[in-house]
Write a protein that binds this ligand. Structure first.
Ligand code: DQA
Length: 146
């Protein structure tokens, strides 16, 4: 039986491929989504993808996961650093959430060093580029999904 993973990307991640490639790489979001869907399939998961620039839409998507998916992979973009509303949504759905960032937020501007979602997420992977999403998939499967 297939499990289900929701891949959620937040603001400005629809512009991957255009955003500075030395920070975010050259892949588009469609490339990354396809990569995660394909790897998910090999691991026995159906991966559903969602992207929005709007905080409320991201929260609605997280709520839609309640009792419906096994885990979430979330790159909340800049909302990571200040959205208590997204933090509360993650806490509410009681699912393992992998926090992923393409860049290493701890080595960039000071305002990016803080993640207000980190302690309600299962773990954080940052600075590994697109490979971070694949690592998240494997770690969720191996350590967090029964
Ligand atoms: C990001 C890091 C955030 O600080 C930034 O605002 C993003 C992308 C990353 O994937 O490295 O939009 O989450």
């Amino acid at each position: 039986m297939y499990g289900k993973i929701m891949l959620i990307n937040g603001p400005n991640l629809n512009m991957l491929g255009v955003r500075p490639p030395e920070i975010y790489g050259t892949d588009t979001l469609a490339d990354i989504e396809k990569m995660v869907i394909d790897e998910g399939k090999t691991l026995g998961f159906e991966v559903e993808c969602f992207q929005s620039n709007s905080e409320g839409a991201l929260i609605d998507c997280i709520h839609s996961c309640f009792k419906r998916v096994d885990a979430i992979i979330l790159n909340a973009g800049a909302y990571t650093h200040y959205s208590y509303a997204i933090r509360d949504a993650i806490e509410t759905v009681m699912l393992p959430v992998a926090e992923v960032h393409l860049s290493d937020i701890h080595k960039r501007e000071e305002f990016r060093h803080t993640s207000v979602i980190e302690d309600v997420c299962a773990f954080q992977i940052c600075g590994h580029g697109k490979a971070g999403y694949i690592e998240a998939l494997h770690k969720l499967k191996d350590e967090f999904i029964k």
